[in-house]
Design a protein around this ligand. Structure first.
Ligand code: SAM
Length: 286
């Protein structure tokens, strides 16, 4: 049997990732991740290998990974990594897999802090730490605090932070602002958050509900229980002029803006994803 070249396999794998039950955000990216993992290389190395033909072992390894993916295991957990804004994060079942729209939140946060900003920033409900680490990578003067209620997610965030922004992050496990050192109150230049915002009882896809930590998703009857508590406290933790950016469902944008204004934050804005859908809200403390 003649085995495919890397380019041929990528094309075929991309087609398989388009299966509607997989709900892939980016079939070509998932195909690159799986093929690279089977070959023991990074996705960025694949273009240089396009004409190489797979050997029986590499092909067999790929078929095993494909089988896992088609059984609805998320690609991030299969390959143990996820790439956001060209930064490669470790991910495993301890944490939620960042979605490809996370750069909308990161971009909204970065719009609000100058390139030479100094001081502290916080990524709250950080999961594996991707948003905070991307912000810190783009703003060298910021020290990043990462918090999450899940001890397991925070372990993973710490591993990512130690590798990607060594010496520039502190990690805390606990409910919202509770685990933070009191001296950080009133000092954050930026707080980013992608907290749980899915209304209880919303049916989620099988690959999500069977594999990812449930604490990541559900936020009470209208999805905003955690968000309401967060927004009630965030003004006290921002410094004057400090900014807040948060992801939510497009249907919640108006409600979240109203909560922010009621809390005394100003200059509220909605930020759209590549499809033009409002995914993130940001605001500033006067
Ligand atoms: C949708 S996930 C997002 C994770 C990460 N921000 C990202 O976008 O990849 C929501 C995160 O909120 C965390 N979380 C849930 N309730 C929380 C709470 N009360 N305090 C802090 N974090 C919480 C979960 O553990 C989970 O990591």
């Amino acid at each position: 049997m003649i085995l495919p070249t890397v380019a041929e396999l990528l094309e075929a794998a991309t087609e398989r990732m388009r299966a509607p039950e997989l709900l892939s955000e980016d079939p070509a990216q998932e195909a690159r991740e799986l093929v690279a993992h089977a070959l023991g290389v990074l996705p960025a190395q694949l273009p240089g290998m396009a004409r190489e033909r797979l050997d029986a072992r590499g092909h067999g390894d790929f078929l095993r990974l494909l089988h896992r993916r088609l059984s609805l295991e998320p690609t991030g957990y299969i390959v143990g990594a996820v790439e956001i804004l060209r930064i490669r994060f470790k991910v495993d079942r301890r944490g939620f897999i960042p979605r490809l729209d996370l750069p909308v939140l990161i971009g909204a946060g970065l719009e609000r802090v100058r390139e030479d900003a100094q001081g502290f920033a916080l990524d709250l409900a950080c999961g594996i730490g991707a948003a905070g680490i991307c912000v810190a990578s783009a703003r060298a003067g910021l020290q990043m605090d990462l918090t999450d209620v899940s001890e397991e997610a925070i372990e993973l965030a710490r591993e990512n932070a130690e590798r990607l922004i060594p010496g520039r992050a502190r990690c805390f496990a606990g409910d919202l602002f509770a685990p933070l050192p009191p001296e950080r109150r009133g000092r954050y230049a930026l707080v980013t958050a992608n907290p749980p915002w899915v209304p209880d009882g919303t049916p989620l896809p099988q690959e999500v509900i069977e594999h990812e930590p449930h604490v990541s998703f559900f936020g009470g009857p209208d999805g905003l229980d955690v968000v309401r508590r967060l927004i009630a406290d965030v003004p006290a933790w921002l410094r004057p002029g400090g900014a807040y950016a948060q992801e939510c469902d497009p249907s919640q944008v108006a409600k979240v803006i109203a909560l922010l204004e009621r809390g005394g934050l100003r200059d509220c804005r909605a930020h759209r994803d590549a499809q033009g859908v409002e995914r993130v809200v940001s605001a500033r403390k006067p």
